[in-house]
Design a protein around this ligand. Structure first.
Ligand SMILES: Cc1cc2nc3c(=O)[nH]c(=O)nc-3n(C[C@H](O)[C@H](O)[C@H](O)COP(=O)(O)OP(=O)(O)OC[C@H]3O[C@@H](n4cnc5c(N)ncnc54)[C@H](O)[C@@H]3O)c2cc1C
Length: 396
């Protein structure tokens, strides 16, 4: 669009900050609302796939991030007996391509650190609870009753628990998973250059993801109702449980002394039949939250922001831009949401049968060339072969 737009963005997460930087880069006036009164490098390990790396490269930010990431050459999952379930090498999909293990906080800090110089106005402690006049020039109403705007467009990037879908008249289909994970990060890495997971049936799942700087993130999958009992049993007993399944995690667990160093997160699946109405559009987890088993949350959020900003740059009206963006993203989001929803119970559920089926089927699917290729393509994103960069070349 060849005029300067007033853009309101709700949510200073990965999707919101990326969209804010891209739109400010096009010369639009951007106000970014965040409900918390301070933001910082919070989170644990995330896997930046080639698709997400590509977006950051095109934003000119990847080089600044690379010294902080661990190049990930392979995804390796085994059963409790050490039998291979999945072993996928990124380089097999396209030579030189790798994943990047990183601390979500490092990515957030990088994006957040650019906001001021890009001219984005960040309003902290401003929880947006309602949107008005969404068909024309939307205004955003905060929890104190104060109105902000009117804006030419509002982007709701306020995560899976978005309270704004209702006020845009969009119905979200939400599934709360029974399972979540206990996360921690320590400054020692028992595995290098791989995401390593051990699954015992569908009840126990442990993962180690190195996240750069010699640090490693550990996650321990568990039922959401079991967290209180786990805390009551005490840290030592949990440590024993983890080490029984994964002795390799010992150096990491030696660095943490109590549950204070851990955080329990639950997952939800969010599906919106359409992602926009009037001059309001939803991106990131607000439209398509999913369990983290495919490691795509951050990547899809970055791709959403890029697709939307390109559509806004090239289209002549806000609503044609939203339509183009939503058509552009539709199949990719449907694919990842569908595959993730299908796979999740095979890794975390109450069904023993699904665990047995997974142990039988996954190694075969992984060996068979066409399905192996499909798995790699799912992991990397369809454009990974065009990646201009190779994190491995940048990191000592
Ligand atoms: C603090 C935090 C830590 C995380 N850690 C991990 C992790 O370790 N591993 C992992 O895989 N994923 C993690 N995630 C999730 C991951 O970042 C997302 O799946 C992915 O990046 C997509 O993000 P998003 O920007 O769409 O939503 P989110 O990252 O959820 O960001 C949404 C933002 O909107 C703000 N917000 C919500 N409602 C309102 C409102 N009404 N008004 C104003 N602001 C609002 C929230 O405070 C938040 O800052 C984390 C998310 C957060 C918020």
């Amino acid at each position: 669009m060849n005029r300067t737009l007033d853009c309101g963005i709700v949510g200073c997460g990965i999707a919101g900050t990326a969209a804010a930087l891209m739109l400010a880069g096009q010369g639009h006036r951007v106000t970014l609302f965040e409900q918390t009164d301070h933001v910082g490098p919070v989170g644990a390990g995330v896997l930046l796939q080639p698709s997400g790396q590509r977006v950051l490269a095109e934003m000119g930010l990847l080089d600044a991030l690379l010294p902080k990431v661990e190049p990930i050459d392979q995804i390796h999952a085994v059963t409790e007996t050490g039998r291979d379930l999945v072993r996928l090498q990124y380089g097999e999909f396209h030579p030189g391509v790798t994943g990047a293990g990183l601390h979500r906080g490092d990515l957030f800090s990088l994006l957040h650190g650019q906001l001021e110089s890009a001219g984005v106005r960040l309003m902290l402690d401003t929880k947006i609870v309602r949107l008005r006049d969404i068909e024309h020039r939307p205004t955003a109403v905060d929890a104190r009753g104060q109105s902000h705007g009117p804006f030419d467009l509002v982007i709701a990037a306020n995560g899976s628990r978005s309270v704004l879908r209702e006020s845009a008249g969009l119905h979200a289909h939400v599934i709360e998973y029974d399972y979540g994970a206990l996360w921690t990060v320590a400054d020692v890495a028992p595995v290098r250059r791989q995401l390593f997971q051990i699954a015992h049936g569908t009840q126990q799942l442990m993962g180690l993801l190195p996240v750069g700087g010699g640090r490693c993130s550990l996650f321990w999958g568990m039922h959401r109702n079991a967290i209180d009992a786990l805390h009551r049993r005490g840290f030592g007993r949990w440590r024993d449980d983890v080490l029984r399944l994964a002795p390799i995690a010992e150096p990491l667990l030696d660095r943490i002394r109590s549950f204070d160093a851990t955080r329990f997160v639950t997952y939800r699946h969010v599906h919106l039949r359409r992602s926009w109405r009037g001059n309001v559009v939803f991106i990131g987890d607000a439209v398509h939250a999913m369990s983290p088993h495919l490691g795509q949350g951050v990547n899809l959020a970055l791709q959403d922001a890029q697709s939307l900003s390109l559509a806004i740059r090239e289209e002549t009206s806000v609503q044609t831009a939203f339509r183009r963006h939503s058509l552009n993203r539709r199949w990719s989001i449907a694919y990842y949401a569908g595959v993730t929803a299908f796979l999740t119970p095979f890794f975390q559920s109450n069904s023993r049968l699904l665990g047995i089926g997974r142990n039988l089927a996954l190694p075969v699917l992984c060996r068979c060339r066409p399905t192996r290729r499909m798995m790699l393509r799912t992991l990397c994103g369809k454009d990974a072969g065009q990646m201009p960069i190779n994190p491995a070349a940048h990191v000592p």
